[in-house]
Write a protein that binds this ligand. Sequence first.
Ligand SMILES: Cc1cc2nc3c(=O)[nH]c(=O)nc-3n(C[C@H](O)[C@H](O)[C@H](O)COP(=O)(O)OP(=O)(O)OC[C@H]3O[C@@H](n4cnc5c(N)ncnc54)[C@H](O)[C@@H]3O)c2cc1C
Length: 370
Amino acid sequence: MPHRYDWIVVGAGIIGSLTAWRLGQGRARVALVDAGPPGQKASGAAAGILSPSAEALEPGPLADLARASLLRYPDTVAAVVDDAVMDVGYERTGVVQSAWTDDEVAALRARWDWQRDWGVRWLDGAEAERLMPERWPVQAALLAEDEGQVHPPQLVAAAVRAGARRGVGQFFGQPARLLVEGTRAVGVSLPDATLWAEGGVIVAAGAWSGLLLQEVGLQLPVVPIRGQIASFTVDAPWLQRILFHGHTYAVPKRDGRVVIGATEDAVGFDDRVTAAGLARLGRILESLHVPLEALHLERIWAGLRPRSADGLPLLGPWPGLDGLYVATGHFRNGVLLAPITAEVVTDWVLGRKSAVDLAPFDPGRFAKLR
Ligand SMILES: Cc1cc2nc3c(=O)[nH]c(=O)nc-3n(C[C@H](O)[C@H](O)[C@H](O)COP(=O)(O)OP(=O)(O)OC[C@H]3O[C@@H](n4cnc5c(N)ncnc54)[C@H](O)[C@@H]3O)c2cc1C
């Protein structure tokens, strides 16, 4: 039986599931497709931190996009939760970036010069110490009180359920292949069905997005970067805020667990946990001066982040092939960037101008035509 849609979204991670839900709010006929169950890849592995201040090391388009997405979180979560009737663990826990050496203090101060406009506060030694776990050798810190976290697997589950309630057709456990006729992407083929797209196909297949395009002769420079990460139960509450030191972090979860992360390994599509990852997480734990005896390993896992050749997401139509759109390459921040991504995709579909400047994220910067 032929299935006809306006828009087909390939990939039911956080990017695809939130985008399909958002598209489904209008009158468009939308399908969401995934090779496996939704939310089992990078989005299921993420710590769920929502922190433009700790992740954007310099001002620029990515920092602006991240901040715009953070500001959309409360409304997005409220709407998804309303549609899905399930909690997604969204909290404004607050994020602290800590500096332990003179060089780190200088770097933090440079960052504060532009992050203060976001309401980020500078904390000197004594003030910072009050927010830190015992034994943290902190000299100064930045505090972003409006940043926080979400529980990514629950957010994906909620977006999928909310999408279903908005009429989004769902095809899970079926790997998609792009269907191209002439100079147009016309749909996807699944093992059990063919889905036709009258508007277009949106590729949100995370680290696998490049493989999908490769099958039709297009080069999309997105590679997998594995992250290994672990959660611990704790004897006594030990952490109130999300704490960063450099790129390493400790996240207090609502149920009392603490998540520590994460490694960055360029090892292709291998998403296994390794002894080297375990050792690296051990070094992160030691370097974070956490009370090691009071933390009990609960789980260690890994996921593949989609990283583009220049580290910026790819958001927009693919030049030279009508009806093909990409929304991927979110690397370390796909959970944070999901609300703004869903919004800008909806803007293309409705022919609206986006509230953010999308030029830096134009996939055309990499596109090699067939
Ligand atoms: C350890 C770790 C910690 C992280 N922590 C954070 C964090 O704290 N905050 C944050 O913002 N980000 C974090 N990230 C990054 C974030 O997880 C990613 O940027 C985000 O999940 C990417 O979402 P996605 O939907 O693009 O990809 P994915 O979640 O990987 O989803 C892609 C989907 O596409 C499907 N797919 C692939 N090929 C096909 C095909 N041919 N047909 C159909 N479906 C297909 C896959 O099955 C998958 O479900 C972290 C990542 C890792 C690994």
